[in-house]
Design a protein around this ligand. Structure first.
Ligand code: CU
Length: 150
């Protein structure tokens, strides 16, 4: 009786281990995911309702940014800025614009950005806020945004 119980426990542990190994292999098989650098945002004026987050992502070719989320924002959108009739305008980026066709996706002023809407509090130079981005293949990646007056 005692022996059966011990064996059953061992068997369960070994199954759990197999699952962990399988998940690790699967993650490695996806190409190792992504590396994301230069994650920053400008300080926001005290009355601003929105801000923009920028970063440079190195991911698998063809991977796509699908979402972003931050506790600093009521909600977020993935935007692209473009000159239109001499004015800088922005709108939600489309699938092609969010795809790292050559393995690099650059979010920078005047181009792609994470639009942080309904700012919870002003972004203050020297502070940091959390940001989680989701890529189609690399999955969720937790980032820290440095607030810098560039
Ligand atoms: Cu925007």
């Amino acid at each position: 009786m005692n022996k059966t119980s011990t064996m059953s426990k061992t068997s369960t542990m070994s199954k759990t281990l197999t699952v962990i190994v399988a998940v690790a292999t699967l993650a490695a098989g996806c190409g190792g995911g992504a590396s994301i650098d230069d994650v920053w945002a400008r300080p926001s004026p005290p009355t601003a309702e929105n801000a923009a987050f920028y970063f440079t992502a190195t991911v698998d070719e063809g991977d796509r940014l699908v979402a972003a989320e931050s506790p600093a924002c009521g909600r977020t959108e993935l935007h692209i800025s473009q000159m239109q009739d001499g004015l800088m305008t922005m709108r939600p980026a489309d699938t092609g614009q969010l795809t790292a066709s050559d393995g690099t996706l650059v979010l920078e002023p005047g181009g792609l950005h994470v639009m942080c809407m309904q700012l919870v509090a002003p972004l203050v130079e020297g502070d940091e806020v959390d940001l989680t981005v989701t890529f189609e293949q690399a999955g969720e990646i937790d980032l820290t945004v440095s607030i810098e007056d560039r």
